[in-house]
Design a protein around this ligand. Sequence first.
Ligand SMILES: NC(=O)c1ccc[n+]([C@@H]2O[C@H](COP(=O)([O-])OP(=O)(O)OC[C@H]3O[C@@H](n4cnc5c(N)ncnc54)[C@H](OP(=O)(O)O)[C@@H]3O)[C@@H](O)[C@H]2O)c1
Length: 265
Amino acid sequence: MDALLSRLFSSEEEELYILDCMAYSMVFMAACTFVTLLFENVPYGRYATSKYGFPVNVKFAWFVQEMPAFLVPLCLVVWTSSAKTSLLPNQLLIAMYFCHYVQRSLIYPFLIRGGKSTPFISFALAFVFCIYNGYMQIRYLSHYAEYPADWVTHPCFITGSVLWLVGWLVNVHSDHILRNLRKPRETGYKIPKGGMFEYVSGANFLGEITEWAGFALAGHSVHSSAFAIFTTVVLASRAVAHHKWYLAKFEDYPKTRKALIPFLF
Ligand SMILES: NC(=O)c1ccc[n+]([C@@H]2O[C@H](COP(=O)([O-])OP(=O)(O)OC[C@H]3O[C@@H](n4cnc5c(N)ncnc54)[C@H](OP(=O)(O)O)[C@@H]3O)[C@@H](O)[C@H]2O)c1
């Protein structure tokens, strides 16, 4: 990996500059995605259509598309010289990232029940995004990010870490509720009940948005903030679309339930 990075970048200053550019580009991509999602739903799951390519088996798609988000960072921390992995704030932030992606890439795909196939273009875009974001987050944290010595006791780090943990638990628990709505071999949809679904239709999305917002607060960088913004754009749109879809499909859908933010939205 060191040999590859030294072929790509002539100096550390250049690599850091590219990492910053990647983060600002992700914010730009989030803005473009926001506009696109005003007209179209993210095309996978219940909104999958053949317009976005041939169908890819859902478990295969989630496993392969998310794998780079785990493998690229693993190569960066294990087989690449990294100047900052001995520092506690960096270690804790890297641990948060890995905790999420070990679950997402190695466990989540194999638990899916009756999920719809993923259109090839959605699968390919997710695959590329995971390489891009995995490199951006972990290369920055493992080699460049510098925090004050007492950063782990700073209110931003503590609040961000708590938000990250609560968000992760809500996300994993909500995905568990959705999965158990179906018996083996069922593929239809039911009204989710329990946990944060009592308050919002997009409970799993609320969890994931909270998680990466907390990570951004604790990480205090343009790189972690860009990912939180991108996640919010994609998942807020999905939560609103699911909410409208449930209201149209189920006459007895709970009327007090909101789309994404309990009691408000
Ligand atoms: N960080 C990011 O940018 C990002 C982007 C996308 C997703 N994610 C995360 O990835 C996970 C999955 O996302 P997703 O968009 O696939 O979530 P989703 O649309 O809620 O679907 C999750 C799974 O539950 C099933 N399901 C959903 N609602 C159901 C219902 N009412 N009855 C029965 N089964 C139901 C779906 O089946 P079908 O496939 O048949 O609909 C799918 O297998 C979430 O935790 C999300 O936060 C993160």
